[in-house]
Write a protein that binds this ligand. Sequence first.
Ligand code: CA
Length: 236
Amino acid sequence: MTRVLVVEDEAAIAELIALNLRHASFEVEIAETASAAQFAVDRVLPDLVLLDWMLPGASGLQLARQWRADARTRDLPLIMLTARAEEADKIAGLDAGADDYLVKPFSTKELLARIRAVLRRKAPEALDAAIEIGTLRLDPATRRVHVGGATSAEVKIGPTEFRLLHFFMAHPERVHSRAQLLDRVWGDHVFIEERTVDVHVKRLREALAPTGVATMIETVRGSGYRLARPKIGGTP
Ligand code: CA
């Protein structure tokens, strides 16, 4: 389930957004201040944050800058909400690292469309769209993995390996550290040991081995793991 953190101090607005997002099958948490938002993010990294500009204490803009400066939250999908419509504010918001910007009042339809657009760009694993890389196809809607195009065979994998493969396929070629994988795939970077990642990568490779695509999951020594796109023109 896609986790959205709503950072908004006006309770009525926060509740309305939360209601609409829950109706659209998102899991929603509300934070009323910048420090409550930081606390929530320290605990579990959300898939996306809706961040109000005007907050008591530290502003949404300060919080956005703070998150962009931290390796763990650098890529956190972020949409700023504000009552300000002036162009200079919009530019300040985008400069602070917001992925998009919504001016209040906005319709639920527009909010959902913007959320989906930002997720497609930055966290496609939070959406239900099927992903294909080489001969490998993963469909989150049916929770199935196939290899081999038209004459494809289904690959049987466990739920954790499925989520891990989904994340790798949504971010091909990028190297992910074990800590990042725990954060993004397990949603727990504190209590689960990094060795757990190795165990599930091993299981994922074992499941993919009969289909010949297990080598796509590469170990990057000293850094973590990466899913490499198959080289065009066959095996090197
Ligand atoms: Ca506010």
